[in-house]
Write a protein that binds this ligand. Sequence first.
Ligand code: EPZ
Length: 442
Amino acid sequence: MAAHCEEQQTILEIWGQTPLKGEVIISGAKNSALALMAGSLLCPEDCRLRNLPSLVDINRMTQVLGALGVKIERNGDILDINAQNIGKSQPSYELVSQLRASFFVIGPLLARLGETRVPLPGGCAIGARPVDLHVRGLQAMGADVRIEHGEVHACVKGNRKRLQGAKIYLDYPSVGATETIMMAATLAEGETIIENAAQEPEIIDLADFCCSMGAKIQGAGTNTITISGVERLHTTDYSVIPDRIEAGTFLVAGAITQSEISLFPVVPEHLASAIAKLQAIGPKVVIDGPNRLRVIPAPLGGTDIETLPFPGFPTDMQAQFMALLTLSEGNSVISETVFENRLRHVAELQRMGADIRVKGNIALVRGVPFLSGAPVMATDLRASAALVLAGLAAQGKTIVQGLHHLDRGYDNLEEKLRKLGANIRRVNVLSGEETKEYISAS
Ligand code: EPZ
């Protein structure tokens, strides 16, 4: 409870319309790092993960692994993990309910132990977030999976101790379900084929990580992934890819403040749809070398956006692009097709003067000449980033509350923006003093 109260104590104060300049360092990808941390449970030897971002979600996943008996030590952006003695203990509901991604441990635990119990993750602000595709995939591989008392109890059927390879068709290219099945299949008996698999870059990163431990995976990044099970995985030293969503957020920061800024390191092909959409709006994105991008500002035109599984436009960039389009000289239609409740930032943007109408999961955004700074409340992770971006462009002062959402997924966002010249600071509401304290790096 204390932690939650503490989280409410800090706010961001942003004075808008300050141009940005310079280069921002992009951190490791949250949505890859969380999956790789779960994947380290597959290995009974030392695993080293590099380029980990400093995020609340990473801290929480570290706690989840610790609760499972994993030896885990963080030194800066390096995480040393040893899952040799994963016990019969399980992560508490409190831990799992704070981090949905902790459910990703179910596949590796079942593959290693033959039986496991993981609390069912609840829904969250953006949707119900069911796990039926994860469960059906594990059942197809010979697991008996029952949901009882809010827990998913999975065990390999019969006297076998190993899951069996299977051909699995995903009704929806779910990122998490693809990751759960792929990880479980690395130690299964025989071959597993995942059809209609998710193609996100984080899937490729997880496959590359598992292959670096001796797994046999082909086709990651396409809609068909083939995994040939092996008996045991071995030690690895692996670096996480840069965070494409953080990078996309900074591309919008440049565009919305009419500033030219550079981003490094990035993988340009991970951002192809966001770059294409940004250029359709007006700004130019220049690839300066293999892993550096530069955004060159331009007047903003309206455009339409439909969020889709990769390689379509990412749902995790929808709120940020909506903030940008509120200032375009045209009209835009934004359709959120991935999650059922991911337009909650609209009401907060309207408080800043945005002209947005919502019907179901579709938002009609009419550009306005300017936004006005206001106190606003973040409702989920990417919505909080959108409100910061709107504050950077707005006239006057914006106060963003609900920073516990932001700190889950952005590594020191305000520090990175300040280094680019933004007039932004984190303030402790009780003392009114500026504070750097956003998460304990432990
Ligand atoms: C991952 O969530 C990301 N999280 C999300 O990022 C991201 O928005 C999402 O993929 C889509 O790209 C992590 O990687 C930790 P899904 P995930 O399974 O795996 C439905 C952020 O902001 N579905 O691809 O949970 C589901 O309800 C976060 O960084 C089922 O119906 O996403 C949703 O409508 C938010 N049954 C759709 O699929 C299932 O068993 C996409 O979900 C699983 C999912």
